[in-house]
Design a protein around this ligand. Structure first.
Ligand code: N01
Length: 863
């Protein structure tokens, strides 16, 4: 350990806010020499600089603190639900004193440059005053929102009186009394400051560009009961926060906003409004951030509140936001909208009346000049990347971080903690980490602990020059964008998207999959020996390169990978450990399917069988004449699955292929074993052919199709129809079909577990389905074993790269081809089993469904 030379450290940390302080503590406790450099005069970071009137936290205080020390937890008592800035700063000081942190922090010192020395494998770190130190590890703890943004208004410097930015507020109290004050900006900072400034100012003019959704904080002092109860249960609370979405011990209700009646929704939203809190309103439902229609229910509610609170209807109208709710950081306030009822407050909509320049006396808009004594910029920050770019950080080959990320290239990190070409540099709460979307304290503790453990690992294994691989960061960055694209987050111009800074490239700057999932992924990476990173052996400077490959080199689709990680995070037991009934109940994948699209008519009806009846669901698109038909069989290993599982793809196929889709609810095993499902499936196709006219179907243009076990049934029905001289089928659409009762393919070996459908689950399915081993050899169970596949209808076979069934599906396609059956075979390389019914979360599901619809259209058209 480098402990004696005052210019050489094991680690240099930049920034003495919450993350820098904890990093210092963790590394120092582990015996490393650490120096923290802080530009400010004292500790506190965000809470040191943001001391504007009304500044307080938007996460409940009892959750917004360090949790690593029980002693600290027990010795500190928060006064109110949302602590004010001075109290938070006091808390930080309390911790710093308790852990004696100041002795390793150098204040009033701005780091201006950091350069990686490839020869020495360390960082040379330069300060504003010209001094330089070296360290093996360079750790940025700069905060996500520390580079304040003052827009480049014309005449900016000409204003002669007082000017402030909320994020660089002076230590001394600013006196507003009797003054003409102007505030530009109505984000979280503006909305907190405006009500407080209004009480003191002679007149306050608010210059608003985008109106905001804001809900009441309903702040109040804590009573001792809450504090005691929290202390007693903190171990449990901590676990809940760590594995949650946003780092708080609560979660969204698993229900769509569209499932409740308008009255019930109103009741719940009103209750949330009265309760207050950052996520209270959105957590009523799980799709407010995903579905525009669901989002609109919450947005409408908040707008109705604004209308009720603000007395002047014109002002109320100006305050009505229209973007998707919660796609900017949600805001909670104390009397924000009420402030506009004050005589001394006026609101200028600068979209209607743009600011043309700042003058020596105030602000000039296209309409008039507003004379001001005090001008407050509440105009936010150059978020995430801004603080990093303020330092000239140069990695290998003297490439700067800014060049790598911005100048013609793209932002790429691995886990938001590291970026290739910058060995031994760690970013705490960096871009593409979940930090800004969460309770920062939970993210900070996770980052710091992961980095400290990683450094221990490197030391123990004599590894140096630790950096992300290009493949890993490519993967992670795609992942971040793909996850954000599944939600409404990327549909709004926000600082999350870099949209608040002129010229900043637009891309989503955080990981939006939640802190719980993120933690699991980071732990997984570490458990695999820091997969996705490279390092060099330290002994004698040998250049043996150690690259941890594996998952991240694979070509699995990032969205599919995310689905897998999410499913893993639910901790659901393997299907084969359940009873069939339990499995049917637990297999609710509606969220993966996404929102059902409109089809002209959708009806359920029963059809007769020789020994009973089954239900079919008939989707008919708008059309005049008789339409072709696709008889569709859902998957689920003949044991689970139902009409709802495939409702979304059936709707999409009906609309795109312009055909009637008849989805069949065949009877399931083990209650009904082989050959019940095949006979039901065949009966359904016969029924469609015989009753074609009554359902507006052309009997000469019938196709069969299905996915997984449903693909098996479709293939088998095609065989049966040929063998029994039944309905003549024009096409068979086989989506990753089961074709053989055997587990000996390469794809079974490669994908036996970890990719949604496992080998063990397939064994469980087959065992429930077949009466005995002999059944498995029957071509109506294993169509690949059919003696003859000539004379079957043309086929589309779609397979997934990461699917145990991949090879048997492709083998069946080859058999058909060899027998002269026209076959279109496509492997979706990066996909997993089941992707066809996951269009809610997988772009490739859309491609697959479109491909199938096009193939069907061609087949129907030919006849
Ligand atoms: O900054 P912002 P903030 N001309 O970027 C406007 C955290 N935080 O400091 O929306 C005119 O949100 C801009 O308008 P528009 C929290 O994560 C937390 O308020 O871009 N106006 C907007 O109204 C938060 O999200 C807490 O059209 C211009 C405002 O300035 C983040 O910090 C408290 C403009 C900037 O809003 C940032 O919040 C405070 C221009 N050229 C902050 N440029 C709590 O914990 C920008 N604006 C409670």
């Amino acid at each position: 350990m480098n402990q004696h030379n005052t210019n050489v450290f094991d680690a240099v940390v930049v920034g003495a806010g919450f993350s820098g302080l904890y990093m210092l503590h963790r590394l120092r406790e582990a015996g490393y020499s650490v120096r923290v450099y802080e530009a400010g005069e004292d500790i506190g970071g965000t809470w040191y600089w943001n001391r504007y009137p009304g500044a307080r936290c938007d996460i409940e205080s009892i959750y917004y603190n360090y949790t690593f020390s029980e002693e600290i937890l027990n010795e500190w008592t928060w006064s109110s639900r949302y602590a004010e800035q001075p109290e938070i700063l006091n808390y930080i000081n309390f911790v710093a004193d308790k852990l004696d942190l100041r002795r390793d922090i150098q204040f009033n010192t701005r780091i201006t440059a950091a350069r990686y020395n490839e020869q020495n494998r360390n960082w040379e770190i330069g300060m504003e005053d010209g001094t330089q130190v070296t360290a093996e590890y360079f750790i940025t703890a700069l905060g996500c929102l520390s580079a304040s943004n003052i827009p480049k208004f014309k005449g900016l410097d000409s204003f002669k009186k007082e000017v402030y930015h909320t994020g660089r507020w002076p230590q001394e109290k600013v006196d507003f009394s009797g003054k003409q004050v102007g505030v530009i900006g109505t984000g979280s900072s503006g909305i907190q400051a405006i009500p407080v400034i209004a009480k003191e100012a002679g007149h306050l003019t608010v210059f608003q560009r985008t109106p905001q959704y804001s809900c009441p904080a309903q702040n109040h002092p804590y009573d001792s009961e809450v504090i005691n109860e929290t202390r007693q249960n903190y171990a449990e609370i901590k676990q809940l926060m760590r594995y949650s979405m946003h780092g708080v011990p609560s979660a969204p209700r698993m229900k769509s906003a569209l499932e409740d009646s308008p009255e019930e929704r109103e009741r719940l939203y009103e209750k949330a409004w009265q309760e207050g809190g950052l996520f209270t309103l959105t957590y009523n439902y799980n799709d407010i951030g995903i579905l525009p229609e669901a989002n609109e229910t919450a947005a409408t509610f908040i707008r109705s509140k604004i209308k009720k609170i603000v007395q002047d209807p014109e002002v109320a109208q100006k305050l009505m936001p229209t973007y998707y709710y919660a796609t900017k950081r949600p805001i909670i306030d104390t009397n924000y909208f009420e402030t506009y009822n004050r005589e001394n407050v006026s609101l200028i909509d600068i979209k209607a009346e743009p600011i043309t320049e700042i003058t020596p006396n105030g602000i000039k808009t296209t309409d008039k000049e507003y004379e001001l004594d005090v001008l407050v910029f509440a105009t936010g920050f150059d978020a995430m990347t801004g603080p990093l770019f303020k330092i000239d950080i140069r990695g290998k080959n003297d490439v700067s971080l800014k060049e790598k990320w911005e100048d013609g290239a793209d932002l790429k990190t691995y886990l938001g903690l590291s970026t290739s070409g910058f060995p031994n540099m760690f970013m705490l709460t960096g871009p593409q980490s979940p930090s800004v979307l969460s309770n920062m304290m939970v993210s900070i503790e996770q980052h710091v602990e992961w980095v400290a453990d990683c450094i221990d690992y490197l030391r123990e294994h004599h590894l140096e020059a630790f950096e992300a691989t290009i493949e890993a960061e490519e993967f992670w960055s795609q992942q971040c964008q793909a996850i954000a694209d599944m939600s409404l987050l990327t549909k709004t111009d926000s600082w999350y998207m870099g949209a608040n800074i002129e010229g900043k490239p637009r891309r989503f700057l955080a990981f939006s999959g939640g802190v719980g999932l993120y933690r699991l992924i980071c732990d997984d990476v570490a458990a695999r020996g820091y997969e996705g990173f490279t390092s060099l052996l330290s002994s004698n400077g040998t250049d043996e390169s150690l690259v941890k490959e594996g998952f991240f080199k694979a070509d699995i689709d990032p969205q599919a990978w995310f689905v897998l990680k999410q499913l893993e995070a639910t901790g659901a037991p393997p299907m084969e450990s359940l009873t069939p009934d339990q499995a049917r109940k637990s297999a609710d994948f509606q969220l993966l399917a996404g929102a059902p699209e409109e089809v002209e008519t959708v009806i359920n009806r029963t059809i007769p069988l020789a020994d009973g009846e089954i239900t079919v669901r008939i989707y008919t698109p708008a059309s005049e004449g008789p339409l072709p038909a696709l008889v569709y069989y859902h998957g689920g290993g003949w044991v689970i699955g139902n009409l709802d599982t495939v409702d979304v793809p059936c709707r999409m196929l009906a609309n795109r292929a312009r055909c009637v889709v008849v989805s069949v609810d065949y009877r399931l095993a083990p209650e009904y074993k082989f050959p019940t499902a095949t006979e039901d499936a065949y009966a359904a196709v016969k029924w469609v052919a015989e009753n074609a006219e009554s359902i507006r179907v052309d009997p000469d243009r019938i196709a069969v199709g299905g996915d997984s076990a449903g693909g098996n049934l479709a293939a088998v029905v095609a065989l049966m129809a040929r063998d029994r001289k039944g309905p003549s089928l024009v096409y068979q659409m086989l989506i990753y079909p089961v074709t053989n009762h055997s587990y000996d393919t390469e794809s079974y070996n490669e994908n036996a577990e970890g990719y949604f459908l496992t080998k063990n689950t397939m064994v469980w399915f087959w065992n429930h389905y077949l009466r005995d081993e002999q059944d498995g050899k029957n071509p109506y169970a294993s169509p690949l074993l059919a003696d003859d596949v000539r004379g079957l209808p043309p086929a589309l076979v779609i397979t997934a790269g990461y699917d145990p069934l991949r090879d048997e599906g492709e083998a069946y396609a080859e058999r058909l081809k060899t027998a002269g059956v026209p076959v279109e075979l496509t492997r979706y390389d990066g996909m997993i089993h089941g992707f066809f019914w996951m269009p809610g979360v997988l772009a490739e599901a859309h491609y697959g469904i479109n491909q199938a619809a096009n193939a069907l259209s061609r087949a129907f058209h030919v006849v």
